[in-house]
Design a protein around this ligand. Sequence first.
Ligand SMILES: [Fe+2]
Ligand SMILES: [Fe+2]
Length: 470
Amino acid sequence: MTAVLSNEKIPNNVDLSSDKRLQRALEQWLPNYLDWWKQVGPEGYQEKDVYLRTAISVDTDGWAHFDYVKMPDYRWGIFLTPREEEKKIGFGDNYGQPVWNEVPGEFRNMLRRIIVTQGDTEPASVEQQRLLGATAPSLYDMRNLFQVNVEEGRHLWAMVYLLHSYFGKDGREEAEGLLERRSGDADKPRILGAFNQPIKNWVDFYFFTMFTDRDGKYQLYALSESGFDPLARTTKFMLTEEAHHMFVGETGIDRMVTRTAELMKSGPDVRKQGGIDIETLQKYLNLWFSLSEDLFGGEISSNAADFFAAGLKGRYKEDKYEDHKALDGNYRMAVIEDGKLLEKDVPLRTAMNEVLRDNYVEDCQRAVDKWNRTLERGGADPALRFRLPNRRFHRHQGIYAGHHFDLDGNMISAEEFERRKYEWLPSPDDIAYIESLMKPVHEPGKIAGWIAPPTRGINGQPFEFEYVRS
Ligand SMILES: [Fe+2]
Ligand SMILES: [Fe+2]
């Protein structure tokens, strides 16, 4: 493993300088990337010094280097975890064979599609979040937003590196395409639904980083098992950064819950006191949880089966499974036949998306339990607790799409859903109320009234620290 040459234009641990063709291609892509960043990256604050973490190597002491940086000067580098000797493919039809360090011809299209789909989510989320700086509830939160944004930019770099290195001309074209699509654009939208949804306010932002970045965690884990080793090593390192994004979401929600519980002590009408009531938070939870579940793809999927068979996309922590071929197992799930829900066994390989979604739902439930403990500690009425909706609720992908379900997963008519949807999802009034709260608090040590301060700051700094210098 070569050390990082941080004086290079593109910091990397992939020995970029020894591959002149690749280095030139990436150096040509760099100005296009910066143009994209300036056009649709964070609005404003580009000239400010932000206390950011930069990865300068993959070592424990190198991957989290903290300093003030102006965002356009952030060093978007290319980092892969070290190569393991004699590594073997861990699942699928090629189980036990040596991993690939070049793209196997027969899987080229599949692999490119996986990389482009993952890559597309990274710039999309930056675009979705671009206006939030102006209404940040504290400098600490503003800094976290920008940290997430620059790291999503780096994750785009990670995928573009793979496209440029391993896919020739069409890889370079795909890399351009990643800068051309736009979140929410009618003509050239981003590939996946949740990445075209607007993130209008900070409540959306915390729920997005909690639920949608967490989908990313499970996708990256599945890809970190890949038999195509450069993809496995790239995604493994991305996961170390991704953990912070989910932290921002999970603790952001917990801080809103803390504040709500505090306000409830002085009276049941939380909105009157400038806070966010539990019912509204629950609606945002229902919205972003269901949108994020869609990202796992269809419950029964021949693509998922093909990806698994090929050894390209595994399961979450594949090594904890005993049977890595998954050829004879079944998976029991509720399907819809003749307009009715029915339990049915489907071949395990075709259910790989659902298997991954199970891991995800379990992780989300853990966070919900934590927020409920916060409510309990805050003395909130035991009737007021959060819950995850049933996974059939409000789905737009997979076998439940096109049908309607309540929060418990009971099938209901389209009319009933239409009549009751604002019991479950943010209504125009709820959104207007949330947006009325979005007033910037940009003085060090101060915070908006609808959220509690964090229990600790970033990198051992206090909350009062000037995370973004004016
Ligand atoms: Fe990411
Ligand atoms: Fe992320």
